[in-house]
Design a protein around this ligand. Structure first.
Ligand SMILES: [Zn+2]
Length: 294
């Protein structure tokens, strides 16, 4: 609902990481005090520490994320969904240490475990899964794509959504992913491209869902494309909660701020109030509920 031109409804960050050794609850406090009402907490691999080399290691790592989600729920009156899965960059990094065969096997075992936890109601989405966002050799790229089709098939059978970590090759990336959805039987709307650019038009997304990284200037892109969207989209910070990478991603107050900016912009562009309310309530409430059940 809009009150005096200001959005007073739900505000959801669909992709945020937390770290109990860094800002953790303090970061959520910033989000809530700025108007935030819900998050999708995404599992963060210990890139700078030790990565799991067996399924027990994954169990411990996932439990840590689930436990942080519980702590947030205990401390704040906000909706908290959890996104669990093995990161494609971890898979690629571990090829050197474990070999391609074992790294892939571990990756798929970790997918299975995440799906079990989603089925048990502890988590709500598979992710971030996908493929390396940087250049890799031909053999690795092919394996990454085969793995991703397999992961999509598993998600399709389980009836869950996935958050996708992929390279940024614009519309081409979305086109390829939407073809992989068709191949695997995963409904395109259940494949959510994370860290997406601010173009939510159907021509760009090819029917995938997206969570847009709402950096400076993103409101222009959104305002220019919202009326041409035909699939769910949302907003994300990809906040990393890592003091060694300040400024690498957006801070926890960003989504509330951008939501108000987009709201004012759509009104000044001449959209009817009811239409603006419909868009913001889809983005922050209706679509997250349909994708994650949160
Ligand atoms: Zn992330």
């Amino acid at each position: 609902m809009l009150v005096d031109g200001k959005w007073e409804g739900a505000i959801t960050d669909q992709h945020i990481h937390l770290d109990r050794n860094n800002r953790f609850l303090d970061a959520i406090s910033d989000f809530v005090n700025s108007g935030g009402t819900g998050i999708m907490l995404v599992h963060k691999p210990a890139f700078s520490g030790s990565l799991p080399t067996d399924l027990d290691g994954y169990r411990d790592a996932y439990n840590d994320t689930l436990d942080m989600a519980s702590r947030v729920r205990e401390s704040f009156q906000i909706d908290v969904g959890v996104v669990l899965g093995p990161h494609p960059v971890v898979w690629e990094k571990q090829i050197g240490e474990l070999g391609m065969g074992r790294s892939t096997e571990l990756h798929l075992e970790a997918i299975g475990l995440a799906l079990d936890l989603i089925e048990a109601g502890e988590a709500h989405c598979l992710g971030e899964v996908g493929r390396p966002h940087y250049e890799v050799g031909q053999e690795i790229w092919q394996e990454a794509n085969e793995n991703l089709v397999e992961v999509m098939s598993m998600a399709a059978s389980a009836g869950v959504s996935i958050q996708l970590h992929v390279e940024d090759n614009g519309e081409e990336t979305c086109r390829e992913l939407s073809e992989m959805c068709l191949k695997s039987g995963l409904p395109k709307q259940r494949a959510i491209r994370h860290f997406a650019p601010p173009d939510v038009s159907a021509n760009f997304t090819h029917g995938l869902s997206t969570t847009v990284s709402v950096g400076k200037g993103s409101v222009d892109g959104l305002a220019n494309s919202v009326t041409q969207a035909d699939s769910p989209w949302g907003m994300e910070t990809d906040f990393l909660d890592d003091p060694s990478r300040p400024g690498a991603v957006l801070g926890p107050k960003t989504i509330p701020k951008r939501t108000q900016e987009l709201c004012s912009r759509l009104i000044s562009d001449g959209l009817e109030i009811e239409r603006v309310e419909e868009i913001l309530s889809n983005v922050h409430s209706k679509w997250p509920k349909s994708l994650y059940g949160v």
